[in-house]
Design a protein around this ligand. Structure first.
Ligand code: UD1
Ligand code: MG
Length: 460
């Protein structure tokens, strides 16, 4: 079914979030509400995708455009309400020619709205021949939502908002999800004469259905999955929907063969990929385009952001960002890998080690208390504890190269740029300012002075 237009309502402030940021720019599992809804709607390929903005209009418009530069931005005027938002959108969409065909309308505070639910709604609308179809769901606790009021034969009569309902209306558990499909001509008529004669003094889009009934049939389609249409109005709802979604994600990974020891404390974003027989220990955050291969062990208490963890690697109590951890490598505990690291097969970055843009060859170990930045280390090299690459001269970031089969003593300082050849051994406490050839031994003097029978001042 071709879709003439999709209208995403994103003009509201979201007062109940009590935030300086518009509600639609809050994040859910790593992506803004707006992105998530635009994703779901965009996949239907509407001829025009319109986003209605008003509260912090610039900011929301920019976010929408940066996501899809073909988006039509509609500015809602100062008249409030979802109905007004659609009036403004329809005016702009019909500027040249009156709109025909099918129009999808959706709120943008529904982070789990998905394309498959929308497709089913569109199919239902087409097959029923109704002029308007509202997507509904049945909730145990419908508080806050508009209620779907039907007549004795089950036909949709109207939608009554929480603040306007009487007790028998509020007892209804079937609610409006704020997603609708209209025939464009029916929608034009249905929104023509909205008014603000209600408890919130707003133009309600929900009132359009009452008018639509006079010119065509109005139907309702129940979303197969209530979570997919749950709205978020405050941070309590945000937390509970995030939790419910995350438990589902964890459950699916477990069914696919991943061991998750504690799904309650394991948070996995949607684009993460995990092979079967990986083990995720408690307290992990797996984010962005992270991939974890089979037999890798992650955690406990580890954050991976756009990280690649290869098979058999172990990352414990660490934070890893935009880095590749090779097969059988060991990271942690308490290791901080900033972006750009390549850790080779069987290599190690141990306790209190920080790395950035470090290429660590196969079998090379950086076990304790070191900083390795802008450096490449060859294979089977060992770096003594407390070693630092001094990569920053205050202006430039400089490179350190250390070869293969190198033994670096404890507490070395590499003043970059500097090159150390293969097979080198360095003494403890060396400050390496100049290049070292292959197979050399290098140490730098630091004279030891001894003062006999010395007492501190207060003892003298
Ligand atoms: C709305 C529906 C309610 C439904 C619920 C589902 C109305 C009157 N009520 O209530 O029946 O059960 O969603 O979650 O439609 N918006 C604008 N311009 C405005 C006001 C809002 O674009 O002037 C946008 C918001 O950004 C939001 C959406 O419309 O994306 C819904 O607004 P919100 O204030 O959350 O409405 P609800 O009270 O949740
Ligand atoms: Mg809402």
């Amino acid at each position: 079914m071709t879709l003439t237009a999709a209208i995403v309502l994103a003009a509201g402030e979201g007062t109940r979030m009590r935030s300086s940021k518009p509600k639609v720019l809050h994040e859910f599992a790593g992506k803004t509400f707006l992105n998530r809804v635009m994703d779901a709607v965009g996949a239907l390929d509407p001829e025009t995708l319109a986003v209605v903005v008003r509260y912090q209009a610039q900011r929301v418009a920019e976010a929408a455009r940066s996501y899809d530069d073909a988006v039509l931005i509609v500015e809602q005027d100062e008249i409030p309400g979802t109905g007004r938002a659609v009036q403004c959108a329809m005016e702009q969409l019909g500027e040249q020619d009156p709109l025909s065909g099918t129009v999808l309308i959706t709120a943008s505070d529904m982070p789990l709205l998905d394309t498959s639910t929308l497709r089913q709604l569109l199919d239902y609308h087409r097959d029923s021949g109704d002029g308007a179809t509202v997507l509904t769901t049945v909730l145990d606790d419908p508080t806050g939502y508009g209620r779907i009021i039907r007549d004795a034969d089950g036909n949709v009569l109207k939608i009554v908002e929480q603040k306007d309902g009487n007790s028998s209306e509020l007892a209804v558990r079937e609610v409006n999800t704020s997603v609708y499909v209209f025939d464009a001509a029916v929608l034009e008529q249905a929104i023509a004469n909205l008014n603000a004669d209600n408890a919130q003094g707003e133009f309600y889009l929900t009132d359009a259905l009452t008018v639509a009934r006079q010119v065509s049939k109005v139907g309702a389609f129940a979303a197969p999955d209530p979570l997919s249409v749950e709205g978020v109005n405050d941070r309590v709802q945000l937390a509970s929907l995030s939790k419910a979604h995350n438990l589902r994600v964890c459950r699916q990974w477990m069914l696919d063969g991943v061991t998750i020891v504690d799904p309650q404390t394991t948070w996995i974003e949607d684009e993460v990929e995990i092979e079967s027989d990986a083990v995720i220990l408690p307290g992990c955050f797996l984010q962005g385009h992270t991939t974890i291969a089979h037999d890798a062990v992650v955690g406990p208490y580890t954050t991976l952001i756009d990280a690649t963890v290869e098979s058999g690697a172990h990352v414990e109590r660490s934070r890893v960002q935009e880095s590749r951890i090779g097969r059988e490598a060991n990271i942690g505990p308490w290791t901080y890998l900033r972006p750009g690291n390549e850790i080779g097969t069987g290599s190690k970055a141990g306790a209190f080690v920080e790395m950035k843009k470090a290429h660590i060859g196969d079998g090379t170990k950086v076990p304790h208390l070191s900083y390795v930045g802008d450096a490449d280390l060859g294979e089977n090299t060992n770096i003594g504890g407390g070693t630092i690459t001094a990569n920053y001269d205050g202006v430039h970031k400089n490179h350190t190269h250390i070869g293969s089969d190198v033994h670096i003593g404890a507490g070395n300082l590499f003043v970059a740029p500097v090159n150390v050849g293969d097979g080198v051994t360095s003494g403890a406490g060396s400050v390496i300012r100049h290049d070292v050839p292959d197979d050399a031994m290098v140490y730098s003097e630091n004279t030891q002075h001894v003062v006999d029978n010395w007492k501190p001042a207060w003892e003298r």
